[in-house]
Design a protein around this ligand. Structure first.
Ligand code: ZN
Ligand code: ZN
Ligand code: ZN
Length: 362
């Protein structure tokens, strides 16, 4: 068994689980490197746990459709099922009664069929039970996240010189997507261009509003490069900002900086959120900071750890997450600044390094 699977079994055993049921998606990629198509034909990795002591000697089983055999998988027992056979009966025959965590992205049709085939098994969600499974990145993963961040940064540097005034949000968003791909992203997950009053909605869906002189514009974009995520936000202004706009911007900038400086091993996730929120509250904008301060990133662009009130788990070197405080003023504008940060032994290191100043665009 490879080290990641061994670690997963250890975590599962500590969490009182009898096994992990992994369907295609980020967990399966993380544990095996296998990226099958996501379809109605069941693919499932069975990692059985619950036996304290040395790691089990039997190989984990990968149940796969016979027409989708994986490449070389020396750590796995590949169990192929042909069309016409019942894959759920195969899985049920290998499970003990007890608690198993199943991938969050497992299709309901697969889970329901399993519940019928193995009525003694209880199911729980992976993220609810093992939220930290992929949260601590190894050196190679941090390097991939840094490269994705650098590509997003290059995208931002270039977007500053495109035309904003007189073009629609949709057109600027298309520029962002094109630039992300030019800088090596194979997948673009989001290109938020939220101008003027639209900026007050943190996840504004791009529209056909025409940008004009005087607009604050929130640019939040990211995706996957070589399998790892980027996610950065900068707020720019079309022409010179007003004094109140600059004031709100400066509060968000200070909150982002203070939260970043609070990052070090052992600090609770919620503390980073508290630091950012305190600063925004003290400036009188507390009610307009309407989301958590950050989220983890890795094989997906949103995953644990979450920097949110109530999350008491400590920061650990290798964790990678966003720090993205914002202020959203209904009917007026929004401001958000977001960097991906990794935890080192001595503090935080930013994986996005473009300037934090309010850039003026044309
Ligand atoms: Zn303005
Ligand atoms: Zn973002
Ligand atoms: Zn984000």
């Amino acid at each position: 068994m490879n080290e990641r699977m061994r670690h997963a079994v250890r975590q599962a055993t500590e969490a009182g689980l009898d096994g992990l049921l992994i369907t295609p998606g980020p967990d399966l990629v993380y544990l095996t490197g296998h990226r099958p198509p996501v379809t109605e034909r069941l693919t499932m990795l069975l990692l059985l746990a619950g036996v304290p002591g040395p790691a089990p000697t039997t190989k984990p089983a990968l149940v796969v459709p016979a027409l989708e055999l994986p490449g070389d998988q020396p750590d796995l027992e590949v169990v192929a099922w042909p069309d016409g056979e019942d894959p759920y009966a195969i899985v049920a025959g290998r499970l003990r009664d007890g608690r198993h965590a199943i991938s969050d992205s497992a299709w309901a049709m697969h889970l329901i069929a399993l519940q019928e085939a193995a009525p003694g098994v209880r199911y729980t969600s992976m993220t609810a039970t093992l939220p930290m499974l992929r949260a601590v990145k190894d050196e190679a993963e941090v390097a991939l996240l840094a490269a994705a961040g650098a590509a997003a940064d290059a995208t931002y540097e270039q977007i500053l010189s495109v035309r904003f005034a007189g073009r629609t949000e949709r057109q600027v968003a298309a520029d962002l997507a094109r630039l992300l791909r030019e800088h090596g992203h194979e997948q673009v997950d989001f290109t938020i261009v939220a101008s003027g009053p639209n900026g007050a909605n943190p996840h504004h869906d791009i529209g056909d509003r025409v940008l004009r002189e005087g607009d604050m514009v929130v640019l939040d974009f990211g995706g996957l490069k070589d399998g790892y995520g980027s996610d950065t936000t900068r707020t720019v202004h079309v022409g010179p900002p007003s004094a109140p706009e600059q004031e709100v911007f400066d509060v968000v900038r200070a909150a982002q900086q203070a939260a970043f400086e609070a990052v070090r091993p052992g600090v609770a996730c919620q503390e980073i959120d508290r630091v950012a929120r305190q600063l925004i509250e003290d400036a009188g904008y507390g009610e307009f900071f309407i989301h958590r301060t950050g989220h983890g990133i890795g094989l997906t662009t949103h995953e644990p750890p979450y920097l949110v009130r109530g999350e008491e788990r400590p920061l650990v070197p290798g964790m990678c997450f966003s720090i993205e405080p914002g202020i959203y003023l209904p009917g007026r504008f929004g401001v958000r600044i977001e960097d991906i940060v990794t935890v080192t032994e001595t503090g935080g290191r930013r994986l996005n390094t473009t300037g934090h100043g309010l850039a003026i665009v044309g």
